[in-house]
Design a protein around this ligand. Structure first.
Ligand SMILES: Cc1cc2nc3c(=O)[nH]c(=O)nc-3n(C[C@H](O)[C@H](O)[C@H](O)COP(=O)(O)O)c2cc1C
Length: 160
């Protein structure tokens, strides 16, 4: 059983693809966060933006992880950037479970050139242990592979 958990929310698949690749490389367990809200189409897009701006939190669906969260050496949390913030399902997850993480790392995915790195500090507010590594990835960008590799290096260093 892996001691690393990769947990993420993804609306359109970019964060999922990044987290699948990271989990595969690290031999980590992978799990998805769901908050039961329909977020498809334009209505869903607007709802995502509104939830992010209002910092709306809901109960997330029970996690399907192999161990209790506190037993993982590292939990890597993946989220898309929404309106300069983390996604509402990940905010909900962190609010409910952030206090149970022994060590955390963050992967955010975005569309714009702005790296939105302030999102890491926003996420830390729910995670008393803070983050040992973090990366901001932009799908399809020239630097994508470099930044993902740099993140993996930080993670391995943190686990040493
Ligand atoms: C409501 C909403 C707001 C967004 N706001 C931003 C933003 O502020 N900055 C940015 O770079 N990308 C923003 N995006 C784009 C997503 O962060 C980006 O496409 C991300 O990789 C999508 O991940 P996913 O496919 O896993 O859902 C936003 C997307 C949505 C749906």
């Amino acid at each position: 059983m892996s001691e690393i958990l990769c947990i993420y929310y993804s609306r359109t698949g970019h964060t999922r693809a990044s987290m699948e690749e990271i989990a595969r490389t690290l031999g980590a367990e992978l799990a998805e966060v769901q908050d039961g809200v329909e977020r498809g189409g334009w209505g869903g897009y607007l709802r995502c933006g509104a939830d992010a701006v209002r910092k709306t939190c809901r109960r997330v669906r029970p996690l399907e992880t192999r161990r209790p969260l506190e037993q993982y050496r590292l939990v890597i949390v993946g989220t898309p950037v929404w309106a300069g913030r983390c996604s509402a399902p990940i905010r909900s997850f962190l609010k409910e479970y952030g206090g149970r993480l022994r060590a955390a790392a963050y992967v955010i995915t975005r569309k714009s050139a702005d790296r939105n790195e302030e999102v890491f500090d926003q996420m830390d507010r729910y995670v008393p242990c803070g983050h040992a590594a973090a990366v901001s990835l932009r799908s399809g960008s020239v630097g994508y592979a470099f930044w993902q590799e740099e993140f993996l290096r930080q993670v391995r260093e943190a686990l040493r």
